[in-house]
Ligand binder design. Sequence first.
Ligand code: PBG
Length: 328
Amino acid sequence: MSFLDFHRGRRLRTSASMRELVRENEVRPQDLMMPYFVVETDDEDFRKPIGSMPGQHQLSMKQLKKRVGEAVAMGMKSCILFGIPAEKDPEGSQAYADEGIVQESIRMLKDAYPDLIVAADTCLCEFTSHGHCGLLSPSGEVLNDPTLDLLAQTALSQVRAGADIVAPSDMMDGRVAAIRDTLDEAGFVNTPIMSYAVKYASAFYGPFREAAENSPTSGDRKSYQMDPANRREALREAEADIAEGADILMVKPGLPYLDVIRSLRENFDAPVAAYQVSGEYSMIKAAAQNGWMDGDAVMMESLISFKRAGAELILTYFTEDALRLLNG
Ligand code: PBG
């Protein structure tokens, strides 16, 4: 008898079938939600590559329809829309315009692909001339309470257009309650809110700011997004959002915050979503393009890590690539 008689882990790793038999987690097509950037433009064929996100584009509505159609054919079950309006103003009025680019795109996608879950990012920063996620005071402070009604109106207009889920990403306090109230009053009691409950002030959003053209013209987002040093604070944020009526809790970014995903999973029964953000995508793409890593393998390993950490749902720019791979 030797110490090796106690545990022989390699017994269960002898073949692909044996490993499959005891596999604990799996990435399934329905776990993945694809973000798209849609631009308000007269040029129907507008399709502009996002330099810092190889494979991703800003798309006209027509191009969006085509690209989503291809993804749906590969098994994509859900997507989330970000809009880039033709005009921005200090109040971000195109965010809550019934004929805004996001609202029109939701109508178009739901009409073309009724079974596709279409979520809308609910925020003002792509629509405000100053690029902040809320209204600004004359001294440049982001105002919390006066912003809530605009966020609620944004969510309402998105749901009226047919959005299946609204996803507030602004990090104003009380916005989930404000949105829930407004949706319920309008009769949309069955539309879930996926709140960006735990959203850190992260440098990993860098490439997104090129994609969505939402960089703040002054200052940063540290007065409303969270300090990357804090984990317990994430539990307080999640608790507040659950109390206000959030249905799905999101953690963002993803990979650098797997500990936070695990904490939420252990402390709450609500579904947890992970957002693998633009910078995470860009790092993997860049390394793969340089031949430094196997891009597909690293992609799948990062996706399974979210499932292992306890997330049900993954928002990822890799959705289409992963579907291609899963379909063999
Ligand atoms: C803004 C928003 C951001 C992202 C999603 N919604 C950027 C930000 O807070 O500056 C980032 C997503 C990504 O980096 O992929 N409302």
